[in-house]
Design a binder for this molecule. Structure first.
Ligand code: TXA
Ligand code: MG
Length: 328
């Protein structure tokens, strides 16, 4: 059931459902989340069951403001504080040491916890109302079935889970790919997942030096699995030359079951579904999951995608496409 996030009574009702231990999906500026109160292990278990997510993959806990982070963190070292002060509310998840006994199921028993303060007014309103009802944090993974494409509209969530689930509808997500994850629980802050904001932007805002490669000690994180974000169709990533030649040699039967998402491919040859990828990394991120879902739903068996350009601002999009290609 969709609830309009612009309606105060609807937000209050969504918060009450959360407070009672029920699941509520909600808009954030990155992707839609599937939320449960973080202090209730039984409520959190419903997220894992509904998503089909392995129970050893930790969830991010969403908080209304930076002060609430202290409820869940054992310590907030200065890089953590700086990141929170300069990037929150916003598309950044900070991994810190977890306060013992707090949000155990949400953290999948790990000694660390991922915290994020989302900027979207719908998420902000929901977290504020929930907090007023005694809910300090809301555990929420992306609101898609495990391993599939993340949702950027309320309809995407309903497409995955049906209309029985409450979805706080805040319109299409502005950023379109998930938050960057920075682990500050280790000696040197490290990027575990590139996100909607580039590494350069996070460093510029916060002044914190972030190691771009997590190394071998990164805890298990489904957004960091090599294969993820899978459409039903087979997704192939190619440079523009390879894509052009492949299109030239493809016969007519092939074309009928093919979709292309590219910045440079010319066409469309008759029968090809061609979507133009924006030249701007932010615009590409904003539409990425929506385009993949749409192409997938059109019944094609192949999706050929042109490699995004070099450059850090494309890291998030490149990362999601590589994982989608690895899964199919
Ligand atoms: O933008 C986002 O981050 C969205 C919205 C809903 O906030 N959420 C999201 O959640 O992308 P999810 O569960 O799809 O991805 C969260 C990632 C997973 O890869 C998870 O394993 C990792 O964060 N993660 C969570 N807690 C962690 C921890 N303590 N240590 C390492 N990784 C962690
Ligand atoms: Mg996810």
């Amino acid at each position: 059931m969709k609830l309009d996030a612009a309606n105060d009574a609807a937000v209050r009702s969504a918060a009450q459902h959360l407070a009672q231990g029920e699941l509520v999906a909600f808009a954030t500026e990155t992707v839609y989340g599937l939320g449960a109160r973080a202090d209730d292990d039984e409520a959190v278990a419903k997220i894992y069951a509904l998503k089909g997510r392995p129970v050893d993959h930790p969830l991010i806990v969403h908080v209304h403001h930076a002060q609430a982070a202290a409820t869940f963190a054992a310590a907030l070292p200065s890089p953590a504080l700086r990141l929170m002060q300069t990037c929150w509310p916003g598309p950044l998840t900070v991994i810190v040491k977890r306060r013992e006994g707090m949000a155990t199921a949400a953290a999948a028993g790990q000694s660390t916890i991922g915290l994020r303060c989302p900027a979207h007014p719908a998420a902000q309103a929901l977290l504020r109302e929930a907090q007023a009802l005694g809910v300090a944090g809301v555990a929420a993974p992306s609101a898609n079935r495990f391993g599939r494409i993340s949702p950027t509209t309320a309809q995407h969530v309903i497409d995955d889970f049906g209309s029985g689930l409450i979805v706080l509808d805040g319109g299409p997500c502005d950023l379109g790919i998930e938050s960057a994850i920075v682990d500050v629980s280790r000696e040197r802050p490290a990027l575990l997942r590139p996100g909607a904001w580039s590494l350069a932007e996070l460093q510029r805002r916060s002044g914190v030096t972030i190691d771009p490669t997590p190394g071998t000690h990164a805890p298990r994180a489904s957004g960091t699995l090599e294969a993820h974000y899978a459409p039903q169709a087979k997704l192939r990533l190619m440079d523009s030359q390879t894509l052009t030649s492949a299109l030239e040699v493809l016969g007519n039967e092939g074309l009928a079951t093919l979709a292309v998402y590219s910045r440079s491919a010319r066409g469309p040859r008759r029968g090809t579904k061609l979507r133009r990828m924006p030249d701007d990394a932010r615009a590409a991120a904003q539409e990425l999951f929506s385009v993949l879902r749409e192409l997938d739903a059109s019944g094609v068996t192949l999706i050929w995608v042109e490699q995004p350009p070099e450059g850090h601002e494309w890291d998030g999009v490149r990362d999601r496409l590589q994982r989608a290609a690895a899964s199919t």
